[in-house]
Each structure stands twice: as C-alpha cells, then as structure tokens.
Write a protein that binds this ligand. Sequence first.
Ligand code: ATP
Ligand code: MG
Length: 870
Amino acid sequence: MKSQDIRTKFLDFFKSKTHQIVSSAPMVTKNDPTLMFVNSGMAPFKEYFLGNGTPKSNRIADTQKCLRVSGKHNDLEEVGYDTYHHTMFEMLGNWSFGDYFKKEAIAWAWELLTEVYGIDPAILYVTVFEGSDEDGLKLDQEAYDLWKEIIPEDRILMGNKADNFWEMGSQGPCGPCSEIHVDIRSDEEKAKTSGANLVNMDHPHVVEIWNLVFMQYNRKADKSLEKLPAQHVDTGMGFERLCMVLQDVKSNYDTDVFTPIIREIETITNVEYGNDEKADVAIRVIADHVRAVSFSIADGQLPSNTGAGYVIRRILRRAVRYGFTFLNKKEPFIYRLVDVLDKKMGKAFPELKEQKQLIQNVIKEEEQSFLRTLDQGLVLLDRVIKNVNGKVVSGKKVFELKDTYGFPEDLTELILKENNLTYNHDEFNKLLGDRKEDGRKATAIQADDWVVVLEDDDEEFVGYDTLEVDVKLTKYRKIETQKEGVQYQLIFNLTPFYPEGGGQVGDKGYLQTQDNDIVYIIDTKKENNLIVHITKTLPKKLDVTFKAVVDAKQRSRTAANHTATHLLHQALREILGTHVEQKGSAVHSKYLRFDFSHFSKLSVEELRDVEDFVNARIEGKLPLIEKRNQPLAEATADGAMALFGEKYGDTVRSIRFGQSIELCGGTHVQNTADIWHFKIKSEGAVAAGIRRIEAITFDATREFYFENNRAYYEIKDVLNNPKDAVKAVTDLKDENSKLKKQIENLLKDKAKNLKGDLKNELEEINGVQFLAKQVDLDQNGIKNLAFELGGELKNLFLFFATAGENKVMLTCYISKELVAERGYDAGKVVRELGKLIHGGGGGQPFFATAGGKNPGGIPKAIERVKEYVK
Ligand code: ATP
Ligand code: MG
C-alpha cells in the first residue's frame, strides 16, 4: 500500500466513525510558552484539554506534523543511527473531547489495524499501565479487560509510569495509556526469543506504532492528582512506522516516504545506500533532516541564531556535517533534495509546494555559510593540533570551537583521532553542562496552580470595540522567573486588552477598583487560547468589579503601524511582484518591521515607490471594513490573503482597506488617514531571499523629520550658515583631502631630510652600523625610512622610538646579513625593551615593532639597545 493511501485510509476510517477531519496545524507553535514546536498530535488541541476553549467537534482526526528535537521529546541524537526515529514525522491521531473513552478507542484501533490495514494480529502486542505507588494509582483494569476481549492475555504487557502514564507537562491533564507494538522480526528470530521480551527494549523490529492516551487526571503544582471533570482520548500513531509495517520492510527509510529522497542522495553523492554503515547513517540523517528543515521553513520558521530558528539551524548543520564527513560533499547539495520532497509530499502539504523556491534558497545559503564555518574550523583545529602539549587537547579548546565557531565536537573528535589525539571530555562536558544550566535557569518558570475566583465560561475579547470596560477576575496564578521575578497572571470574564499575537505587541494599561486601588498591567499575552494579563502585584480585593483600561496612546500608535503593515504588504506585492510573501512581522507602538520573500536589494526608486504607494492610500482616507466571523472560504473568495504557518479556524476576521484584504486578528485604525504618514527607515537582508523593511508611522514620523531637521540646522550652524549646505560640506571634504595630500608630501620631504641627517649619525660598533634615536615621524614614515636606509647601507642596526599623543612605539630594523650571520633578532629586541614602555610587540628577526604607554621608558630603551650589538 502506498504511503498516500495509508494516510487517506486512516482519515477515511475515522470519518466513518463520525470524526471531523482537520488539517495539520503548523509545526511551529504560537501562544504556548512551554513549547517551541508541535511535538505530538495533542499539542494543537491543548487549549481544549485545558478547558480554555471548545473544539468544533468532540471527535476529530488528523495527521499532524511533529518535530522532536528539543525539550521533553528530543530524538535528534537517535536519528540516522536507528531506523525508526525521525526529527520530523507525521502523527496520525483520533481525538475524543469528553466524548468516547477507552472502549471505543481500543476497539477502533484494533479494527483499523487488523481489518482495514490487514495487519496480522499475531505480530501485535499491547501494553497497559501497571499502576504507581507514588501516585496511589492501581493497574488500569478497565483497559486490561477491554484488551482481553480481543487479544490473548500473554500479549498484554504491563507498562510502568515512564512508558505508560502520559503527562502534558509538569502540570495539567494526564492519564494512563495503552501502546500497540509490532514485532516484524523473521520467524527464526521469533522462535529464539518471544517478542514479549523485546517490547519497549529499543529493538528496531519490535517497535511501538500507536499510543492510546486516556486523559482522566489533572496534575497540580504540588504534584498531586485530581480527577478531570470530563475524560478525553488522545491517540498518536507514527505514520512512517505504520508504512514500514504495511510495506513489509524493516526500516522507515525503506518505505516510499523516504526511498525517492535516498535515491536522489545516491545520485548526487555517488554513494550507494546499504554498503557502509557510516555512509548509511549519513544518508538517513540527510533524508530525515531535509524534511524537518523544509517543513519548518514552509511553516515560517527560518534558521536563525536564537530560539526555534537556532534549533532548525542546528538540524540543518547536522545534515551538512554528516554529508561533509561521510559522503565527502564539500559544496551545498541538500537544497537539491527539496524537489523530490515536494513531489512526494507537496500534494498532502501544499505549503511545501508553494514555497519550494524559498526553501531551496534558504537551505542553500545556510549550507554555504556552514561549509565556510567548517573550513575555518579546520584551520583553527589545525593550529590546536600543532600547539598541543602531549596527547590530550583541553576540553576548553574543543568547547570554544563548538561554542564560538559552531564547529561540531564529534568532528573535532574524529580529526583528533586521525592525529592520534584525544580531548578532555570531562572538562568539555562540564562547560557544556554549565552553559545549558545557565540557559535553563534563565528560562525556567515556576508556576503555582490557578486560583479560581469566579466560575466562568470562555473569556471574551472586547478590545476591537472598546478600550475600557468593567471586568471581573475569574482566576489568577503566581509565576516566578529568574528574569522577571514574581509576577501574576490574571484572567477576566471579558477584556479589552489585546494579547500579543500576529506580530502585534500586547496591550498595556491598568485596573482600577471603586476604592481607587490601581494595578498596572504591564503586558498581555495569549497562552493556549487564554488571554493572560501580567501584573507585578495582585489587587487588594479580588472579588470586585474592576475598570480595565487599555493605554490608548500605545494602542493607537500600534494600530497605525499594523494598518501600515498591511498597506506595505500590498505595496510590495504590487511593485515587486506576487512572489512577495510575508515571512514575519513585528508591530510595535514605535515602529513596524516586515520580513518578506524577495531576491534582491530594493533600489532607491523601488523604496520610493513603496513609500509613495502607502502614503497615497493614507491620503486616500480609506475606511476600515472589518468582517468578523466570516467563513474562511468566503473570505478567501473575496481575495483575503492567508499566511503560511498560521492556524485558521472555520470562521475568520478579515480586514480591508481599499484593495488590501488580509485575514488578521490585530487592531487597526478606523481610517487610513489616522496613520498620518509612512516612512521607511531601513531595508536589508535577513536570510537568503528574505528582506526586511523597518518603518515608522504617525507621530513617530513627525519626530523623525523633526530630528533630521534639527540635525540639518546644527550642521549648517557649524558651517557658518552657508546658502547651500550640501555644497559647503562637499567643499570641505575636497579641501580636507587636498590638505591630507599636502601633509603627506611634507612628511615625505621631512623623512628625506631626516634620512640624510641620520646617515651622518650612524655609529660603527663591532662592524655594525648602529643607530638608536627618538624621532618625530608616524609609524609608516619610520618603516619607510628604515627600509630605505636598509636598501642603501649594509650591516645596519636601527632602533627608533616615537612618542605620540597616547602611544609610544619602538621599531627595530636589522639588516638580513646580520640576522643570518650573528643571529640578531629584532623581535626579541622589541619584546624585551617593550617592557620599559609598558607594552609589547613582535615581528620578524629583521623588522619588529612594539607599542606601549610609557614615554618615560624611551631613554632607557635607547641606552640599553646598544647591548645587543656589543
Ligand atoms: P518511542 O518510545 O518509540 O520513542 P514514544 O513513546 O516516544 O515512542 P509517543 O510519544 O507515544 O512515542 O508517540 C506516539 C507515536 O508516534 C509512537 O507510537 C510512534 O509510532 C510515533 N513516534 C514517536 N516518536 C517518533 C519519532 N521520533 N519518529 C517517528 N515516529 C515517532
Ligand atoms: Mg520517544
């Protein structure tokens, strides 16, 4: 069965069980501070399990793109070495939100696997949670009894808390689970050992394919469990592993999900898969990583230096490095695999197809830059190898190579080994551990349980229509981080505060009670669909009505920037072409930043055109036409632009100003005239094929022009108020370069005269033409002088000192024949005498200089230098 059909069959099966089929959420998470990437099918539905929202159906099925490379689930180091863990994989899932529970989940899983897919029940094992004393939980008898109905009891295995009790995080919904494992070993092997002994033992052919999670508890901050009001089912089946079973192969990489990519790698690298274990690992790494990286870029996460972007960069670098070392690829090639990937997956995931070009560009540039890093690292490592004392390189050096230059330690280790060297692993690991600990400490959040003040349904956002409203506190909790200290998160029954999202900053403002207790709201964020108001203190009384007031000035500035961002997007697509896609945006109160795909620098004319385009729409006084709760299909039919990497519901909000229509949840001006004016402040590159524009609007532009004007008049003033300031500055520059030339010539003359004088001052000591003197020349002049004298005279030993304003220099020149015959060394001379001027330096035996700070040392240096020729 082809992988495409396997996917479709899964979805069709659950459709027939009245599940609603939804498409995969983007892999990069938003609104969840505990998670960078979706790492299981459950993540996009977290808000429903937490009770912060209501799903559109209480039965859902999907395939979800997952990435397991950081945090709780990190399989990165396994990938390539084993044949069934990926960084990015698809998780097929069916969900019950307070609807069916264990009975149906188990029965359907079995029906799908054995009847629809036709898997032989004799190769299946299941596990059941055995209970946990620590949590006072008993065996999951209910699941056990259900399985007993369909599978022999010797195939039902007990699983411990680590394997069979699933938790969302350190707090929140959790419950026992039942896994389904397959045993795809040969009959001979099965005869030797029963599969029952190999379940959950990391055997590559006895692997878990499906996990059925039964959520029935809530884990509180004090670690105790309470029963959830409603029970849920969350299942996750590894799509690639399922394909392995159904296509009767022994490795995920031998399924049609991967074989086309592997064939392409073979063609490009001329290395055959299956001949050499090291090359095979590399090929698997690359085949896997190109998927992860391509999908991340398609979902809007570009490789970068921080956060999620850095994780993506590291995945790609791992692939480059395996290609570099084991497939001998020293030039970019991974980007060339994107074509095949698109052919294979572009249909099921259109975001890949539509952004293929961008993905290729970004990967290629990343490859290039990391290959340069590797080259540079090799040079640095070479130096380390040359200078090592003994056989062991310090862990610090290896850590530095990794931390500062991005040079991977396993590559360092390999090269050291080739040179019969090792490094201090303990020291390295300690430094690495310290760095990780620092990072962990800085980001760790200590959160108390929510304290419920008032039972309420969903929190309502009223901030599109009003900036001030009476609210009631429904719940709050205390949190603590190293960076911010103690803070409180407040949730209301309704709120005018816009939570950070869609690139737009969160609102600030305050709460006020009738007896004038004021609490400032310093930021507003969205967390798993909750609008969270952040404060430094709690109100004195909690169970009262508060007036919640948004900072109107900040809001109106932000709104102007947000609307201008839409107009800018429209302008860019109009002027540069429809290949322009939004790739990131930051809407602040003081400025806006917009990242977009485009392949070259914008010319001055283009920038001017873009500004004019936006300003024309501001002058055109276009009114806001906002449609809330519009069906998604209707909005897109109107021409509204949806963004890749965004998760849209069935109904959306569309924002229109003239011909600009976008799906957007942000806040906007009522009329483009409220923006006043739009001014681009900078344009530049952020990555291959991605440009960034920073711009300002509204009162910030007034400030900008005012500042520029002030600077202009100040400059004019300095120039004695010429009529034409530009001409005056140009004249000044011309004059300045003329004067520079003159000074140069004068100095040359001076040096010439000096040369004549110095020749007369040479003293013969010991067959050496010796001179030590303080002179009044710049460094370049001295050098020229020394070399000119050296060209005319033999057996010279020159020593010059100069004292500039805050720098003292010593220069020593020794004729080559003296260096050769007598072993004189100018480097040694300046190093030793440099100490007298409180400095140091060096160079070659025939010419060296030292710089220092103490002019008082010059006479002594001049006196002592004679000793070198005696
Ligand atoms: P394993 O023990 O094999 O790592 P897991 O316990 O981490 O699996 P779950 O978190 O229960 O797996 O995920 C549900 C399913 O997703 C698994 O049964 C498996 O089929 C699949 N899966 C998990 N991790 C990966 C991965 N890194 N690559 C591919 N499939 C995976
Ligand atoms: Mg795992």
